[in-house]
Design a binder for this molecule. Structure first.
Ligand code: PLP
Length: 396
């Protein structure tokens, strides 16, 4: 018999994907410019020019069998050295090549890290709202999920709620800052508070609790600094991806950084290698490894997203909607006026606005609007949002 669990997962696509597929159908019926699809987190800004030039140069000037061949299982040593040097110089964290494991993006970084850490029955704390795939990744690794709900006014975790969620079985907490779907960045003081709660609880239970820092949006921060968690909490594993920072989601490239200050760091790194091996995530795409090495320190033009955020946020607030002001990432989390996100998204469809209900993120009553779209799409969608506002809240 085939695995029922996997069959179910395969048959039930994510809500985001369902809305995206619906949007493709509507666009085919009405025309591309008549449908305002705000569903996916697919970067709208091209990768930096240097990335394209680097690819050309690598293809023109490298030995093809080396360029397209297997690297070492954790990645090419030169690439890992360059990434470690960047982490050390940018954040002042001590990192070596042997702490870095190259992956196929943040999703692979997370699944490998979870498999490296979890023994059957361990618990992982998630801060809601969270990227819905976390639940799938955690459960596949054998973990039980404990959710801490972060709500208004700041969508940050409360000290007491966090402490109450931690038990002797807690192995890790996933922290995603800047956050998908709220855009919230956890400030240093709050990170220190989280670190203190984890340290106290670990001491109380005589355990090690790890922070898994899921950081695909680290570079997408508009005004605030994003604290580097390994500098604030020793037991940290960073799951990084170039999907958003270099606009390369289809290329599947990222890395894991196991902080050398973490408890049992070298055993944990060995477990990361073992998990990568057992999941078949070895030798991340070699061309992409070499290309990102040449692009260290570069990001796609984040200013474009900031302008999208400002335009959309102020227009929606003027219409009477209320939303969390995003500090980073490229999502706006909007309050459904009647408190029912599913109803609100259905209503939005009448105006060809495709929004994602927050329920699957653990953010009931809110909808996610991805503003990694063209400026024109935002401008052209505003009359539709105005009609939606009138429909939901009456004349302003
Ligand atoms: N984590 C978060 C919070 C995300 O939003 C995403 C993708 O949107 C991922 C992980 C997966 O990223 P990647 O495409 O690099 O696997």
């Amino acid at each position: 018999m085939i695995s029922k669990k996997m069959e179910e997962l395969g048959k039930k696509s994510s809500v985001i994907r369902e809305i995206f597929e619906y949007g493709k159908k509507r666009k085919a019926e009405l025309g591309e410019d008549k449908v305002f699809d705000f569903s996916l987190g697919n970067p709208s800004i091209p990768a930096p020019q240097k990335f394209t030039e680097t690819l050309r140069s690598l293809i023109d000037n490298s030995c093809p069998t080396a360029l397209h061949g297997y690297t070492s299982a954790p990645g090419d040593m030169g690439v890992r050295e360059a990434i470690a040097a960047d982490i050390s110089s940018r954040f002042g964290a001590s990192a070596s090549a042997t702490d870095i494991y190259m992956t196929c993006g943040a999703a692979a970084s997370l699944t490998i890290t979870l498999h490296a850490l979890i023994n059957e029955g361990d618990e992982v704390v998630l801060l809601a709202p969270f990227f819905p795939e976390y639940r799938v990744f955690c459960e596949k690794a054998g973990a039980r999920v404990k959710v801490v709900y972060c709500r208004e006014p700041d969508f940050l975790p409360g000290r007491e709620q966090l402490a109450a969620a931690i038990t002797e079985k807690t192995k890790a907490i996933i922290i995603n800052s800047p956050n998908n779907p709220t855009g919230v960045i956890i400030p240093t003081e709050k990170m220190l508070e989280i670190a203190e709660v984890l340290k106290n609880k670990a001491k109380e239970y005589g355990t090690d609790i790890y922070i898994i820092a899921d950081e695909p949006y680290r570079e997408l921060s508009y005004e605030m600094e994003v604290p580097y968690i390994p500098n604030l909490y020793d037991n940290t594993v960073v799951c990084y991806s170039y999907s958003k920072s270099l606009s390369l989601p289809g290329e599947r490239i990222g890395y894991i950084f196991v902080s050398p200050k973490a408890a049992a760091a070298s055993d944990l790194f060995a477990a990361v290698c073992g998990a990568g091996r057992s999941l078949g995530f070895v030798c991340a795409p070699s061309l992409m490894q070499y290309a990102v090495r040449e692009c260290i320190g570069l990001t796609a033009d984040v200013e474009e997203y900031r302008q999208n955020r400002d335009l959309l946020y102020s227009a929606l607030c003027d219409m009477g909607f209320s939303a969390i002001h995003p500090d980073g990432a490229f999502y706006l989390f909007l309050k459904a006026p009647n408190g029912n996100a599913e109803d609100f998204c259905e209503k939005a469809k009448k105006y060809e606005l495709l929004l994602v209900p927050g329920d699957s993120f653990g953010g009931e009553g809110y909808v996610r609007i991805s503003y990694c779209v063209s400026r024109e799409q935002i401008e052209h969608s505003l009359p539709a949002f105005r009609k939606l506002a009138k429909d939901c809240m009456g004349e302003k």
